[in-house]
Design a protein around this ligand. Sequence first.
Ligand code: BJW
Length: 225
Amino acid sequence: MTKIVILTGAGISAESGLGTFRDIDGLWSRYDLDEVATPEGFARNPALVHEFYNARRRNAAEAIPNAAHAALARLEAARPGEVLIITQNIDDLHERAGSRNVLHMHGQLTRACCAACGHGWSAPAELHADTPCPACAAQATRPDIVWFGEFPYHMEEIWAAIRAAELFVAIGTSGSVYPAAAFVQDARRAGAHTLELNLEPSQTVSDFTEARHGRASAIVPAWVA
Ligand code: BJW
């Protein structure tokens, strides 16, 4: 049974070379989020959105899991069935580090889906506005990503796990996007100890019972050890 719920964000993959969103040189300083991370932006300009995610798919494929991903995989191996990772990240670095119990609440770069019929499939390296759906042939292919205004994946399973958790840990997330930013409050209400591991105090740091700050590749292995 799940006892430790770990929420991860872009900060855990930063030292693998993948950009965060809201840091000074983050993705949202270079791209307009309304244009590339909303269903309205996709409807306006699908080619631009595919270009953005094709580039991120290439970067993620070249990235290598870092010591923080590896430490979480060791924790799961040492405590079989007790650890759940909820990641906001769309890369697959947790899985490539060896974690098995991972829920991608904001979708995955390795998946595509059809906006017309809802069919999902393994994404090729590049998606384009005219890529047809293998199930219904509509040219409505999108990356299987949860954009602003859309409902994140696995929410029932996530809330159930948070309600049952003894320990909730948030790693490398700014605490500025909901519903993930409210998980710490849900966990505390359910009686869990809550721990923030982040480069700097997040927006929700005061909601945690404990916080440790520094690079994920240093503080996550130190916490797991
Ligand atoms: C390091 C480090 C190192 C760096 N070591 N740390 C007003 C109030 C409340 C809510 C809303 C509102 N208006 C609108 C909303 C809802 C909206 C929302 O939250 N908006 C906010 C902007 C206010 N949310 C939604 O629309 C979500 N859906 C929704 O709410 O549905 C209804 C619902 C209601 C109730 C329950 C359930 C559902 C959907 C959100 C979709 C988010 N999508 C994105 C983009 C798609 C994925 C992608 O392209 O990758 O997901 S946005 C982007 O932000 C991405 C991330 O997953 C997400 C979170 O970012 P994250 O991971 O925290 O990254 P950063 O960059 O913000 O922070 C990195 C941190 O790491 C920093 O703190 C650094 O210091 C740290 N760091 N280096 C350790 N080496």
